[in-house]
Design a protein around this ligand. Structure first.
Ligand SMILES: [Zn+2]
Length: 77
């Protein structure tokens, strides 16, 4: 699935990920007042933000972004 820059999601979103997410490039999209879009609890230190990750790589978060239309993902033609 195509990764999405968290900046493209607007001010309500930030990047969230633990050490494992950083290593595997699967950072979550964290929505202010709601949590990670995929429902994964944001309990650990936010390593992804600390290292300056910019792209959401969690497949379930990306799915929710696409379904909810937070970002227009260009279709491959
Ligand atoms: Zn996620």
């Amino acid at each position: 699935m195509k990764k999405v820059k968290v900046k493209a999601l607007g001010n309500m979103f930030s990047i969230f990920g633990n050490r494992g997410n950083v290593w595997t490039d699967t950072a979550h999209a964290y929505q202010s007042g709601r949590g990670n879009l995929c429902g994964t609890p944001a309990l650990s230190s936010n390593i992804a933000a600390m290292v300056g990750m910019e792209e959401v790589g969690c497949p379930e978060c990306l799915k929710q972004i696409a379904i909810s239309g937070y970002v227009q993902v260009p279709l491959n033609r």
